[in-house]
Design a protein around this ligand. Structure first.
Ligand SMILES: Nc1ncnc2c1ncn2[C@@H]1O[C@H](COP(=O)(O)OP(=O)(O)O)[C@@H](O)[C@H]1O
Ligand SMILES: Nc1ncnc2c1ncn2[C@H]1C[C@H](O)[C@@H](COP(=O)(O)O)O1
Length: 227
């Protein structure tokens, strides 16, 4: 029996991983996809034509970057749909608006008109009954100090050059955002409770929680019954 079967995870499940920059989403995405034999959907950082410019001048590039991310994530959503699921997704589409666009608007680095335009586009594309929400959102949580040290350790220059107050603001917003999130079921995991590098059975502990959360989600059970 493989790990997916052992933990009663359907092979058409869609699991998205949310959490602040540097917390460990991509690392967990890879580990989960490998153990479940799922496909991955990653945020592409190296080929993003706006990201460095954005970190250099938020005001000038925030609208362009949000529209770019929205288009990229929507294309990924389509790909996931076309494959019929079986995906682990690195960052949810909900964070783009709920965290990033809102934060830049509130801080005055995205104009009210740009924010309104972006929000209208987002709502028309995503917040409709036609948009398939994930079966589960895994929310990765950790201490602020650990998150900042991971950003430094990973070493993307644009992020290292960004004032720590930016990450602090984002961190606070994430805590608030997840407490009010209800678009799909959530599983919260603290990064101090597992170590994918040193503890071999860490991934199984996470898979057990994932299987349990999915089994207890009425939407997932409904999906199971209609198959
Ligand atoms: N469980 C872990 N233990 C130790 N270091 C980790 C762990 N998960 C991620 N990291 C490290 O933290 C940094 C950020 O991780 P990453 O997965 O890229 O975060 P995110 O995708 O959330 O921005 C990377 O240097 C990565 O190697
Ligand atoms: N919607 C976004 N707006 C601004 N910046 C964003 C958005 N989504 C991701 N980012 C940035 C944050 C990081 O610098 C990179 C990649 O994120 P990570 O959490 O490391 O996967 O893109």
């Amino acid at each position: 029996m493989n790990l997916r079967e052992k933990y009663h995870i359907r092979n058409d499940s869609v699991i998205t991983i949310a959490g602040t920059v540097g917390v460990g989403k991509s690392t967990l995405t890879k580990a989960l996809a490998t153990s479940l034999n799922f496909k991955t959907s990653f945020e592409k950082v190296d080929t993003n034509p706006y990201l460095e410019k954005f970190y250099d001048d938020f005001e000038r590039w925030s609208f362009h970057l949000q529209v770019y991310f929205l288009a990229e994530r929507f294309k990924e959503q389509k790909r996931i749909f076309e494959y019929g699921g079986g995906f682990i997704q690195d960052r949810s589409i909900y964070e783009d608006t709920g965290i990033f666009a809102k934060m830049h608007y509130d801080k005055g680095t995205m104009s009210p008109t740009d924010y309104e335009t972006y929000k209208n586009l987002f709502d028309a594309m995503v917040m409709t009954p036609y948009f398939p929400h994930p079966d589960l959102l895994i929310y990765l949580d950790g201490s602020f100090d650990e998150v900042v040290s991971r950003i430094q350790m990973r070493g993307r220059q644009m992020e290292k050059d960004t004032p720590v107050s930016y990450w602090e603001e984002m961190y606070k917003r994430y805590n608030n955002w997840i407490d009010n999130f209800n678009a799909c079921p959530i599983l919260r995991i603290n990064i101090s409770d597992y170590d994918l590098i040193k503890q071999e059975n860490s991934i199984e502990q996470i898979l057990e929680k994932v299987g349990h959360s999915l089994q207890h989600s009425s939407r997932y059970t409904r999906k199971q019954l209609t198959r």
